[in-house]
Design a protein around this ligand. Structure first.
Ligand code: SAM
Ligand code: SF4
Length: 331
């Protein structure tokens, strides 16, 4: 194994890290959290400085893309400091964030100035009542204002993410696609994953596969398959008549493990080697025992690569394979 890169036993090089900066959130989306959540005590969550050091160690090992996520990354106090620190790392060419958009009216412009290159904004419906049902505590108008704030800030890459559930928001597929097209944005549809025990619905009944979503889009628009690879798990289609793209993340119907280039770090500093497996390494123990020792951290990351599993298995029946909630994992 090269000293300056992270290569797993299956020959895959890790170049992309998703970091959860908090497990907390101002929303309680029905597919992601239960209504009553217990969040981690603050001392268990990595400090922003610890996260910055971990990001630097990754960047020195060939990682060029970091996505900040959560929970809701923008509810973490002073998250702009972390964006600035990671944005200043020479090896990180794509610093990205996934957000529910609620804080973007306030923070969009500053994030862009701090070095954030791209934002994914989650939007599952354009119907305000449905929005409040799905997010429990969210307000559609805030998120729409957040999308406009991101556009005004001039981010070169803004993408929408939508989780579609049968009987809940599958009527929104075409409106969401049209909303994205009108604004020149890309949109990705994500199949609901069985992460975390939720009680609000039975996932086996609401699973809407990428194929079903694609059929809904095709009722109104012609899609052309693309061979492009965004460096993430999406498979992309172009419209025949428009530059926006439609992506599909299909952990159920299309296994995307073969070319996996990603690992995740939870807000408590667990390095997760696969979204759908429990294999993990405790980075918090290393950064707290040896503060500032980046070489030790790099050695730990190297060693961890030997444990990256080949693939994940999700059951189509929606049974929970992984007890972690998505907000713990970092979506
Ligand atoms: N709070 C931010 C947001 O909602 O964009 C970032 C974190 S969220 C966990 C990241 C992405 O994961 C969102 O697009 C969300 O819709 C998606 N997500 C959450 N739970 C999911 C699940 N069980 N299956 C599939 N996607 C999920
Ligand atoms: Fe919060 Fe994002 Fe999970 Fe919704 S999907 S509850 S916005 S972390």
């Amino acid at each position: 194994m090269s000293a300056n890169s992270l290569i797993d036993p299956f020959g895959r090089q890790v170049t992309y890290v998703r970091m959860s900066v908090t497990d907390r959130c101002d929303f309680r989306c029905v597919y992601c959290m239960s209504e009553e959540m217990t969040f981690l005590p603050r001392e268990q969550v990595l400090t922003l400085e610890e996260m910055a050091l971990i990001g630097k160690a990754f960047s020195e090992l060939g990682v060029n893309k970091i996505r900040l996520t959560g929970g809701e990354p923008l509810v973490r106090k002073n998250v702009l400091h972390l964006v600035r620190d990671l944005g200043a790392l020479p090896g990180i060419t794509n610093l990205a964030m996934t957000t529910n958009g609620s804080q973007l009216p306030k923070l969009g412009a500053e994030l862009q100035k701090a070095g954030l290159k791209s934002v994914n904004i989650s939007l599952d419906t354009l119907d305000s009542e449905q929005f409040t049902q799905l997010t429990r505590t969210g307000k559609l108008s805030n998120v729409l204002a957040g999308i406009e704030a991101a556009r005004d800030a001039g981010f070169p890459n803004i993408k929408l993410n939508a989780v579609i559930m049968k009987g809940r928001n599958d009527d929104q597929v075409v409106p969401l696609v049209n909303f994205a097209r009108e604004r020149g944005l890309d949109i990705t549809f994500i199949e609901e994953m069985p992460l975390g025990n939720i009680d609000e619905h039975h996932r086996g009944e609401t699973l809407c596969t990428s194929e079903e979503v694609r059929d809904l889009v095709c009722q109104q628009h012609e899609l052309v398959a693309s061979t492009e690879n965004s460096g993430g798990p999406s498979r992309y289609y172009h419209f025949a008549d428009h530059p926006s793209r439609v992506g599909f993340i299909s952990p159920h119907s299309h296994n995307f493990c073969g070319d996996c280039n990603r690992v995740r770090v939870t807000s408590e500093g667990r390095l997760l080697l696969c979204l759908g497996n429990e294999h993990s390494v405790d980075l918090r123990a290393v950064v707290r025992r040896y503060p500032g020792d980046i070489e030790r951290l790099k050695a730990t990351l190297h060693e961890a690569m030997t444990r990256k599993p080949e693939r994940h298995y999700f059951s189509a029946e929606g049974e929970v394979d992984i007890v972690r909630f998505m907000n713990m994992t970092g979506g």
